[in-house]
Design a protein around this ligand. Sequence first.
Ligand code: HEM
Length: 387
Amino acid sequence: MVFTIYGDHWRKMRRIMTVPFFTNKVVQQYRFGWEDETKRVVEDLKANPKAATEGTVLRRRLQLMMYNNLYRIMFDRRFESEDDPLFLKLKALNGERSKLAQSFDYNYGDFIPILRPFLKGYLKKCQELKDNRIKLFKDYFVDERRKLLGSPKSEQQKCAIDHILEAEKKGEINEDNVLYIVENINVAAIETTLWSVEWGVAELVNHPEIQKKLRHELDTVLGPGVQMTEPDTAKLPYLQAVIKETLRLRMAIPLLVPHMNLHDAKLGSYDIPAESKILVNAWFLANNPEKWKNPEEFRPERFMEEESKVEASGNDFRYLPFGTGRRSCPGIIIALPILGITLGRLVQNFDLLPPPGENKIDTTEKAGQFSMHIMKHSTVVCKPRKV
Ligand code: HEM
């Protein structure tokens, strides 16, 4: 769906994906799973004494958590550990895709057509990787679920792919569409949310006073040691502000996804021919010094003070981390609670600190074709709190 041209096919795909993925019912069904995954992260960190002294590359464990959060929704499955062979295979193939999509080769041929013949090798690699990924999704996940659904004893709780397979059975979509839905979720949901969690952790480590203020909010609103759950988010304005500020300064998809005008259009004094590729610099809109007070500063308070009416859902054109309108991100309904539970529980349970001998973690950015993520997956010291 992500790169589909606006029209009947996109409308159908978006409709078919809504019930299984993008409703409040889904959040209420799966939030216990997300809370459980974060609990396991906390337990694993506490069981690793080095995490409290030398530190640990937190991202690796959070990546497993994010896969589990989404694979629970999709297939009612989870991976037990970072060494699970299937998880490793999946991570490697998705990682390879991400690398190819971020390479310069990705689109220079769009702009300099004469160079297109030189892309043959790159395109062959893309095709092979695509075939391997689709085969993995099919053999290990989709076909497994088909078998389960076909068995008379199946009393499993319905998961997202069951809804999608129902649509296939009714003839609304075909098998390729089913596999591309799985592919899209792997690309659009897991890494984007993971990058945002990683940025949030980095900013909290580098701004200890903000981390302390957030911890104070969690302790006073929930009571010390009471583990945060999804419905608590509504009572935690500072946590919400920390998330908004992370998504503003460290926007995961800074140029959104390329848009296309179907018809000739006029924008200001410019004529935009039909079918132009339009990139929206959403990062600049949210970091323009003429529109924001000291935009370079990580200051969650802005979302409780001068920008208190601004929401991530696109009610203000200066702040569009998930886009706006018909093509905006439907995953916002899942992403925001996962970000809240993860950052909330980490801050409740640990002092998050830079590694020994350093006073900050490195927040150099790395930009891909569409993404902006942290260059270095830093070591973070997670010192358990005595509650
Ligand atoms: C912090 C996490 C996330 C961020 C920052 C993010 C951001 C975005 C952005 C900027 C777009 C393009 C909007 C546009 O071009 O106007 C998008 C599209 C999309 N996102 Fe997300 N997203 C996140 C998480 C998720 C999750 C968790 C899911 C699914 C469970 C998801 C599914 C999608 C889909 C399917 C589209 C394409 C929508 C369409 O073309 O109609 N995203 N996302």
